[in-house]
Design a protein around this ligand. Structure first.
Ligand code: ADP
Ligand code: ZN
Length: 685
């Protein structure tokens, strides 16, 4: 008798054994979709493996049979191996992992009828044909990549190249080789809508053979793309992190553009990191993995130093373009100057833009060039405060300040979207001097418009571009030169190439610096460098002006001279000393419930349980527990959040510990306590 190990999409971790009836024995193999009865209901499951005998711990007579097999296998055997790795490394139920790898309708017993879906918009935009002689840097990079490919067991490669150094062309040439050899490739990008130029260039090169995978597709579209990939009609897949699940049968290369981007980490469901998962998929399928960035993650660069990844460096911009000069503006002096200047005026806060920045904008406008002004915070003001009694307005669901928005006027929670009309009277003292404090992009836009009434200003943030089409039209206007100044959040920091932008202003570079997160300095360095990279990609003399209250901070010092390696050297010492990743491994047990006393109590019980486990496993302090403690954002959407950090010296020790700890933790998953085990966490708030 034949038996099958079947993964079932349910919050249960193990796979289940079913008997394989004679008549479908030839179709039941790893990766097949089957209908089975589970908890008295029929459901779709995925075969992971088959075996000749029933597992010894189960009574063979009690094993239920597979009801039927649905079509061809959806996962290749190597894909099954990779999915199993994902489940075990990220402590995720294997059935959930399988489910998240597929279009929804392939996981349903009664899928909706398919009518032919529309072609995703992005596939219709073909970039211009470009022909150039590779730069020396590009040639060297390709040689290194090609040499790795020749080894048949290629090691991952970090393509560390400054903004505008021509990384895309290296990706495309790699894909040409891979496709030429009859294999396929995946290109991952942080967000499709933010990188239209990149997608267009891939389509220019590979035309009909490109498939698209991202979360904005309808399920019918996703299914259609999936089928094209599966049928071999597409051999280059462009996608966001979920594109990594593309069902390619002969994968040759995976490229992860902007590999440092935190959107590669999934924040709900299966908490995988697409970069790390790509490295594993590459290893299983003998495909090369290339990670590109101007500001590599500390993790990846440490892997280069540890000889796990190879590295090539593109140090110059193509076409002789130079990196912009970065001026750091000390806002302490600016504020002192402003205060001295208008002491008679009642001023709540200093003007957002320093005189130096305003002068630079003026000069840029008079030359007929464009500027981008960046602030990573939307809305008008960060909060409202009553000047008489100090009352401030907080979200009732989240315990954080409500942001003040002007058009339309409202107080808004950026976490749960709770909205109220701004009060005219203070609810606690009835005073009427309620003033906005702090600044967001909306306020910057207003201040700019007051200073430069004739200039055409547009704003790009989540409030102005709810729809992707709006975003595309703003980018188009920037290209056509019908916008003079673009104000925005990190949405303007990535990927775009606007040749006529010769000035980038960073209004407050300090916003991210004071987050309770060991990666704060890294984020600030990355963001500063990425935003700076938007300036003057082709022309000379472009400028970045960075306003800060802490000009001496190392992130700015190194970003000013575009020096990632010094930043890394500095950060490394710091993290090694304090015991932070990548020099140790972290896992974060996140717990939440609507009852604050209950989370508190359960969090302590879980911690006690894990402490005992450490003692039983005789770990002698090599695995350490930090906490439990309330999360930095203690209340979000009416749930109280706690966390317990696990620190282990390396990945192997972490996996060994989690293997034991995981079932112990899951045992608490009842009575309204929500638990997520976040392995290699990125977001610690
Ligand atoms: P990166 O991704 O490294 O920031 P891109 O790949 O976007 O840079 O390249 C920047 C610009 O340089 C693009 O406009 C591209 O067309 C151009 N480019 C790429 N390679 C070359 C080359 N060898 N010679 C001239 N221009 C090039
Ligand atoms: Zn809220």
């Amino acid at each position: 008798m034949l038996y099958a190990k079947v993964a079932i999409p349910a919050p249960t971790h193990a796979a289940f054994s079913y008997a394989v009836p004679e008549d479908c024995a030839s179709e039941v193999r790893a990766g097949a979709r089957v209908v089975v009865s589970f908890r008295r209901r029929l459901t779709v499951g995925f075969v992971l493996d088959t075996m000749d005998e029933a597992p010894s711990h189960i009574d063979a007579n009690k094993i239920k049979p597979i009801e039927s097999v649905l079509g061809d296998a959806v996962f290749s055997p190597r894909m099954c191996e990779w999915l199993s790795w994902l489940a075990s490394y990220y402590c995720a139920p294997i059935g959930e992992v399988c489910r998240s790898a597929l279009p929804k309708r392939l996981t349903q017993l009664k899928p909706p009828k398919t009518t032919r879906p529309s072609v995703p918009r992005e596939l219709e935009h073909r970039g211009e044909q470009q022909d150039f002689v590779l730069t020396g840097d590009q040639q060297n990079a390709l040689k290194l990549i090609n040499d790795e490919l020749d080894t048949k067991k290629p090691r991952p490669v970090l393509l560390y190249g400054v903004t505008g150094s021509g990384k895309t062309e290296v990706y495309l040439r790699l894909f040409e080789r891979v496709v030429g050899e009859g294999k396929q490739a995946i290109l991952l990008v942080p967000e499709i809508g933010l990188t239209p130029q990149l997608t267009a260039r891939v389509i220019e090169r590979f035309g009909e053979k490109v498939a698209l995978m991202h979360s904005q597709l309808t399920d019918a579209q996703r299914h259609h793309q999936w089928e094209r990939i599966r049928a071999g009609e597409a051999n280059v897949v462009v996608g966001t992190r979920s594109g990594l699940f593309a069902p390619l049968l002969n994968l040759g290369a995976i490229v992860i553009d902007e590999e440092h981007d935190s959107s590669y980490k999934q924040d709900e469901g299966v908490l995988y990191h697409a970069r790390d998962a790509a490295v594993m998929r590459g290893q299983i399928e003998n495909a090369i993995v290339v990670m590109g960035s101007a500001t590599p993650s500390i993790e990846s660069f440490a892997n280069v130093q540890g000889d796990k990844y190879r590295c090539c460096h593109l140090s110059e911009r193509t076409g002789g373009g130079v990196l912009p000069d970065v001026h750091v503006i000390d806002m302490r002096h600016e504020v002192a100057r402003q205060k001295a200047g208008d002491s008679e005026k009642k001023r709540h806060e200093h003007a957002s833009l320093s005189r130096e920045l305003v002068d630079a904008i003026e000069a840029t406008m008079s030359r007929g060039e464009q500027a981008m002004i960046f602030l990573n915070r939307r809305g008008f003001a960060n909060f409202l405060i009553c000047e008489s009694c100090g009352h401030s307005f907080v979200c009732p669901n989240c315990d954080i300040s409500l942001s003040y928005h002007r058009h339309p006027e409202k107080l808004l929670c950026h976490y749960c979207d709770y909205t109220v009309r701004p009060p005219t009277k203070c609810p606690s003292c009835e005073g009427i001097d309620i003033v906005p404090m702090g600044r967001g992009t909306e306020r910057i836009e207003m201040e700019l418009q007051e200073l430069f009434p004739k200039v055409r200003i547009a704003r790009l943030d989540r409030d102005t571009v709810a729809k992707a089409t709006k975003r595309t039209s703003i980018f188009k206007q920037m290209h056509d030169g019908t916008i003079d100044i673009l104000v925005g959040t990190q949405m303007i920091a990535k990927g775009h190439d606007f040749p006529n932008v010769t000035l980038v202003g960073i209004v407050s570079a300090d916003v991210a610096l004071h987050m309770p997160d060991f990666r704060a300095a890294e984020r600030v360095f990355q963001l500063t460098t990425q935003v700076s990279g938007r300036a003057g990609r082709t022309s000379h003399g472009a400028k970045v002006m960075l306003q800060t209250f802490q000009p001496e901070h190392t992130s700015f010092e190194h970003a000013r001279v575009h020096d990632f390696e010094s930043f890394f050297a500095n950060e490394r010492v710091h993290r090694e000393k304090l015991g932070y990743p990548p020099y140790v491994r972290l896992a974060n047990v996140r717990m939440s419930a609507t009852d604050s006393a209950k989370v508190d109590r359960q969090a302590h019980s879980i911690a006690d349980e894990l402490k005992n486990l450490c003692a039983r496993m005789k770990l002698d302090g090599s695995v350490r527990l930090l906490g439990p403690a309330p999360a930095p954002m203690e209340k979000v959407r009416n749930r109280y959040r706690w966390q317990l950090l696990i620190k282990a010296p390396d990945a192997r020790a972490m996996s060994a510990f989690l293997k034991q700890a995981h079932p112990a933790i899951r045992a608490f998953e009842r009575q309204g306590l929500r638990i997520a085990i976040d392995v290699d966490p990125i977001n610690l708030l």
